[in-house]
Design a protein around this ligand. Structure first.
Ligand SMILES: Cc1cc2nc3c(=O)[nH]c(=O)nc-3n(C[C@H](O)[C@H](O)[C@H](O)COP(=O)(O)O)c2cc1C
Ligand code: SF4
Ligand code: SF4
Length: 264
């Protein structure tokens, strides 16, 4: 019973969950959707999992486009999703995913959600170590239950924690896209930069170039914060956010893990 987990991740939380779930399910392939075009695959799986962080109560655009245009999924494949978020918006994002799959005449059979440490530096810095440890141990326990449910193949299983009215979620998501089209201008790099190029390699949309050994951002930004959160010199910041605000990336994942998983 082979499973493929397709994931999108900025700061590694989603990859951590993919790894834990793969371990529980066995015979599982993990694929980073950055650069992935699976429209004519020879990949075969009995089940497909779609894993992503919630962005503004919805799907990251890259995941939405991937499911709409590239994901190869046969009519009889079992499809589930595992989303993660700091506090809310999981059910609304699953609703969006259901609609996207329905537009391709495919079904989302089950949807799960887990809370993970926040990575959105616009709102807050990294959690304390204690809180992170609590998040990770709760998520590890949650994954065991989720894996058991997936094995049972329910046809219509959806969790509801962190639910907010769909209209509010939709407004929040629309605002986010408006914001994304402006906010790429707000990253900047300070003198700590060591010109290592990690920000260039880790950007899932290839939106960064080094010019005179310093990163320069284009317009195709998901706001995943990978560039900012993985910079080893903590040199990338956002206008309006204090440079002292602590950065976060998942401690069980390395930048290289995300980079080598990319399908480029
Ligand atoms: C642009 C952006 C939007 C986010 N929106 C939400 C949200 O609506 N609700 C929430 O609870 N967390 C939100 N988060 C937090 C992430 O979903 C959460 O930290 C997730 O675990 C990050 O996963 P990753 O490490 O795989 O990128 C947001 C994060 C970012 C960067
Ligand atoms: S990751 Fe940081 S140190 Fe490396 S090139 Fe980018 S900004 Fe500079
Ligand atoms: S520029 Fe930074 S925040 Fe935007 S998509 Fe690339 S890595 Fe993510």
């Amino acid at each position: 019973m082979k499973t493929i987990l397709y994931y999108f991740s900025g700061t590694g939380n989603t990859l951590m969950l993919a790894r834990l779930l793969a371990e529980e399910l066995g015979d599982t392939e993990i694929i980073n959707i950055a650069g992935c075009n699976d429209s004519t695959p020879d990949r075969k799986a009995d089940a497909i999992g779609i894993l992503y962080p919630v962005y503004a109560c919805g799907l990251p655009k890259m995941m939405c486009d991937f499911v709409k245009n590239n994901l190869a999924v046969k009519a009889d494949t079992y499809v589930f999703s595992l989303t993660n978020y700091a506090s809310f918006g999981g059910p609304a994002s699953l609703h969006q995913l259901k609609d996207v799959l329905r537009s391709r005449d495919r079904k989302l059979h089950a949807g799960f959600g887990l809370s993970m440490p926040p990575n959105d530096i616009m709102i807050c810095g990294a959690e304390s170590q204690e809180k992170q440890t609590k998040h990770f141990s709760e998520a590890a326990a949650g994954i065991k239950t989720i894996a058991q449910t997936i094995r049972e193949r329910p046809e219509n299983y959806f969790y509801h924690k962190g639910r907010i009215p769909l209209f509010l979620a939709w407004l929040c998501y629309k605002f986010f896209f408006w914001y994304c089209t402006r906010e790429f201008k707000k990253f900047y790099v300070n003198n700590n930069c060591i010109s290592c190029g990690i920000c260039v390699k880790i950007c899932p949309t290839e939106n960064i170039k080094l010019v005179n050994e310093r990163p320069v951002w284009g317009k195709n930004c998901e706001q995943c914060l990978a560039c900012l959160q993985w910079c080893p010199a903590v040199a990338i910041h956002r206008k309006g956010i204090p440079e002292t605000r602590s950065h976060y990336h998942n401690p069980t994942v390395k930048a290289q893990d995300l980079i080598k998983d990319m399908q480029r």
